[in-house]
Design a protein around this ligand. Structure first.
Ligand SMILES: C[S@@+](CC[C@H](N)C(=O)[O-])C[C@H]1O[C@@H](n2cnc3c(N)ncnc32)[C@H](O)[C@@H]1O
Length: 232
């Protein structure tokens, strides 16, 4: 990364309580590939409330060009397609099985909508600058090293048009007992759980020239989430 970037992001990189010195993308891809069949259950019990909150704050309207990064099994993706039937809704996930599942379900439920979901790494996205009106990314940054969080957020910024919105969902760090359990889970299976980064992200995204416009906490089945929307 260039020196200007290091200067901007150094506080984050130094402060990050980083249990993941390197992104372990290959293992992450494998584990999510294997779990793609059962993953919808986890979304239903732990993520659906935050997904609904995203829809309330992300200001996505029909006709937009929308990108969802890290679709998982596609529950959020279908919500996005539903409100954007005559726009274009593009998804990506590191796991080919997750991407294929997302694509299949979206095509089945919304055969006339413009949708596409492919296996792509969020750190290196194959889209032109200023392409999207909105980028949504739920529960992915936890799986990246600090360097790669910066890299991915810079990619989000690059592909967003000016005044476009970025909506992030992060695993909340406001519940002590949950944090302790998460730490253990992250040690046992880092490629699946990663580690919590929520408290460091607002300052980081502001240092990358995003302006935070909404910031909400939600909790579902004891699982805390933070929903942040920011403007480029
Ligand atoms: C915890 S799941 C969240 C899935 C979904 N966003 C949701 O809200 O339920 C994390 C997802 O991020 C994907 N992922 C991890 N690293 C990624 C990367 N570098 N690029 C794209 N997707 C990635 C995984 O394959 C997995 O599907």
């Amino acid at each position: 990364m260039d020196s200007r970037l290091n200067k901007m992001t150094l506080p984050f990189l130094l402060a990050a309580r980083d249990g993941m010195p390197k992104t372990i993308a290959e293992r992450t891809r494998r584990v999510y590939d294997r779990l793609s069949g059962v993953y919808p259950a986890s979304t239903f019990f732990f993520h659906s409330k935050a997904h609904r909150r995203v829809m309330e704050v992300c200001e996505i309207r029909d006709g937009m060009k929308v990108l969802e990064v890290a679709t998982g099994s596609g529950e959020m993706f279908r919500r996005l397609v539903k409100v954007n039937p005559s726009g274009a809704t593009i998804g990506l996930d590191l796991s080919p099985n997750m991407a294929a599942k997302t694509q299949r379900r979206a095509r089945m439920e919304f055969p006339n909508a413009r949708t596409q979901c492919k296996a792509v790494d969020a750190r290196y996205m194959p889209y032109r600058d200023d392409t999207f009106d909105a980028v949504v990314c739920c529960y992915m940054l936890e799986l990246l090293s600090s360097d790669d969080i910066v890299r991915a957020l810079l990619e989000f910024r690059r592909v967003l048009r000016r005044r476009g919105t970025m909506t992030l969902v992060l695993i909340g760090e406001n519940t002590e007992i949950f944090n302790q359990l998460y730490k253990v889970a992250g040690k046992v299976a880092p490629a699946f759980w990663g580690r919590q980064v929520e408290q460091d992200i607002p300052e980081l995204i502001e240092s990358l020239d995003f302006r935070i416009v909404t910031d909400r906490m939600v909790k579902q089945t004891g699982y805390p989430s933070r929903v942040l929307t920011a403007l480029k």
